[in-house]
Structure formats: C-alpha cells, structure tokens
Design a protein around this ligand. Structure first.
Ligand code: AMP
Ligand code: MG
Length: 391
C-alpha cells in the first residue's frame, strides 16, 4: 500500500495533456486555454462614455455650454465641438475627439437653453473610459492554462474572438459493477439497493463539462471483462465503480489485467477509499473506484479530478487548499490518512456527522474534505488542519 502523496504523484506523472483542438469561444466554458490569447482589438476601441450626460472640453467647465449634438450608443460618426459647445452623450457612446470630459446628467442644469456643469468633484477626463483602458490590442488577454468561466466566455466574445485553442475533453465511461444494483424508479427487493454511483459520478463530471457514457454490469466475470474491453476501445478514461475489493465476486482487477491494463497502484493508506486502483494501457487511463459511494466520490475528487484537469491543461489540478482550525475534537486511528467530509465557513471547519465510506447524507452537506495524515490520531479542537475545497 502506498501513501496518499505517493499515489497523487503517480497520477500526476502518468497523465498526459489531451490534444489541442479549436472550440467556439461561446462554447469554451470549463475548458483550459492551450495557448495565450492575444487581444486582436483594444477594449474599448474608442474613448467611451461611462455615463449618461454631456461631453465637453474641461477648459469650458465654468461657462454655459451650447448643446450642439446628440451621440447615442452605436453612433459611429466623428462629431466635433468647438469652444463653448457640448454634446449630449449616453453610456457606451463614443466621446468626440474634441471632448475630454463627461459630466453625468444628474449634475447638470439647463438654464436659458444652455448647459451648466454642477459637478464640484469633476476632473479632466472624468467619466470617460479611454481607448484600450481595459486591454490594449496585441497584449495578452488571457494566459495559457486559464480555465474559461462565464466571465471568460464574455471576455473572449468582447474581444471579437469566435474560436479558441483548448485541450480536448477526455472521452469518459463510467462502468458500475454490482448484482445488487437497481436503477431508481424500479421496485427494490430486500438485498438490493438503488444504484447511485453512476448518477453521482456523472454529476461530478458534468460539473467539469464532461458528459460520460454509462454502463451498469452485474458481478459476472465474463460480462465485466467484455464491458471493460469495450470501454477501453472507445474512451480515454475508464472509471469503474465497485468490484475492486477482495471478495469472491470482485472481478474488476482480474478483468483489467485480462484486458492488458497495467496497474500503477492498487490500494492507498487512506480512509475512505483504500482499494483505489489506478492503471493504464497505451492510450487509456483507468481508475477503479471502491463501490462504497462516499469513498468513490472522495477518490474522484482527490485523484480522478486531478488526472482530468491535467488532461485538460489546468496548471492547478488539485483541489484548492486552506489551513483552518477544526471546531471540535476528532478521534481517528493512526495508520491511514483520512478524508473527512467537512463544512467550512472559511474561518473554521467542522467534520460532519457520518464519516463512514457509504455516507452520502454528510457528503450532500459537505463543501470540503478535511485531510488528516497517516500519523495523526486525535485532532484537538482548535488544531490547524488541511482543508480541500470541493468544487
Ligand atoms: P464493492 O466495492 O463492490 O464491494 O461495493 C461496496 C459497497 O458499495 C457495497 O455495499 C455495494 O452495494 C455498494 N455499491 C457498489 N456499487 C454501488 C453503486 N453503483 N451505487 C451504490 N452503491 C454501490
Ligand atoms: Mg460489488
């Protein structure tokens, strides 16, 4: 059995970047940029009014001004003013080159048909977003490795980009094993349980922008071998659930071996998730997750998601970490690292009730995993612990 850190290192060493593809900028959500994005235009492209009001020349601030023109947003004309003149202007409008200041309309008055500027605090250049103020043409808009969020989709579009280079999403299949598993919506007999891991893992993958294929198979040696063989043929990443322990009906390890998957590690000194398996063929990465649902999900976040993020080109593939005081004493056995389902307000962290490897109620409420090392036994209230934030 290896340690948590050794296992993570092996995942990192044995994962390669996916190939680079172009995607529509509007569909780039959750991808990571495969190269720096250079701004093809400045934003804004022209001096832009930040207010509804009047544009004028700051030198004229003390004098009544003749409002000679109106420039609505989208008006592309070059309107010019001379001394003593102003133009009516709106948020987003192009400010005439002959004006250098905008006053908001609430701080003006029209007296005898002339505009009076009543803004004591107004400075030269006030209420104007200068050309290139947000980003200059030719500069780096977003760096390689940046994850595209909704803001990123907006920014790429604002730059006029329609395509970006990203790393392809891996094709993923979830294969759940277990003769006791019944699909929700069907009648359950004593001895059977509702299948939950495929739905749970699918949700976690969808959160990363990935739609997996799903298969559920009974504890049958030949069937397990066949489904794995097919899964390996058509996917980049195979995620198995269950059947990886040492019971008489656990066929996954043997079926992986039979299909030419080389084990990289099997079993980690951790709780939950001791029987986690990681292996590879030339082309395909394989994780066999324990069947216990909370163990499967912990392993997904702590290991599988690292591999996926590395394939996608993330520069920070691990969960974000904080060091926080635990708000109650927690007793564990030394010898295995623990990932405790926890709830944090970012000041302290609470280990939730229900830490067993099948407990999903606590996982439903958790927003973090509390990592405690192999050596640790009792963690005293107030002691600092490593907190891994869930996405
Ligand atoms: P296994 O790893 O196959 O020995 O399964 C360990 C425990 O997890 C057993 O109680 C299984 O019934 C349960 N389990 C396995 N697979 C699933 C699944 N897909 N959904 C819900 N529970 C499961
Ligand atoms: Mg099983």
């Amino acid at each position: 059995m290896i340690s948590v850190q050794e296992a993570k290192n092996k995942v990192i060493e044995n994962t390669n970047l996916s190939r680079i593809i172009s995607v529509n900028a509007s569909e780039a959500l959750n991808y990571y940029l495969a190269e720096d994005v250079v701004a093809p235009v400045s934003i804004p492209l022209f001096n832009q009014s930040a207010m509804d009001g009047y544009a004028f020349n700051f030198e004229d601030i003390e004098q009544p001004l003749a409002v000679v023109e109106e420039v609505p947003a989208g008006d592309t004309r070059e309107v010019s003013v001379v001394k003593g003149e102003a133009v009516r202007i709106f948020t987003g409008s192009r400010v005439p080159d002959t004006c250098n200041t905008v006053v908001m309309q609430e701080l003006t008055e029209i007296v005898n048909g002339k505009l009076l500027v009543k803004d004591e605090g107004l400075k030269l250049g006030g209420n104007i977003r200068l050309k290139g103020n947000q980003i200059q043409e030719g500069s780096i808009a977003l760096k390689k490795g940046t994850k595209i969020n909704a803001g990123g989709v907006g920014f790429l579009s604002a730059l006029g980009l329609t395509q970006v280079k990203v790393h392809e999403q891996p094709k993923v299949i979830i294969i759940a094993t277990g003769s006791e598993l019944i699909k929700p919506g069907n009648e359950l007999l004593d001895g059977q349980i509702y299948e939950s891991n495929t739905f749970m893992l699918e949700a976690a993958l969808k959160d990363m922008g990935i739609q997996p294929a799903i298969v559920v198979v009974k504890d049958d040696k030949a069937e397990t071998e066949r489904v794995i063989s097919e899964g390996l043929r058509n996917n980049d990443l195979v995620l198995l659930s269950g059947g990886i322990s040492v019971g008489d009906y656990d066929f996954v390890e043997g079926a992986l071996e039979k299909n030419g998957v080389k084990p990289i590690f099997y079993k980690i000194k951790q709780k939950p998730g001791k029987p986690l398996y990681f292996g590879k063929t030339d082309k395909v990465t394989v994780f066999a997750l324990p069947g216990n649902p909370a163990a499967a999900l912990s392993c997904f976040y702590e290991y599988v998601s690292i591999a996926i993020k590395l394939m996608l080109g993330s520069l920070q593939p691990e969960l974000s970490k904080l060091t926080l005081p635990i708000d109650r004493t927690y007793n564990k056995k030394a010898g295995r690292a623990n990932f405790l389902k926890g709830l944090t307000d970012f000041k302290t962290v609470t280990p939730l009730e229900g830490q067993s490897s099948d407990a999903l109620q606590s996982f439903s409420l958790a927003n973090c995993l509390i990592f405690t090392s192999e050596e640790t036994a009792t963690i005293k209230e107030g002691e600092l612990v490593e907190v891994h934030l869930l996405p």
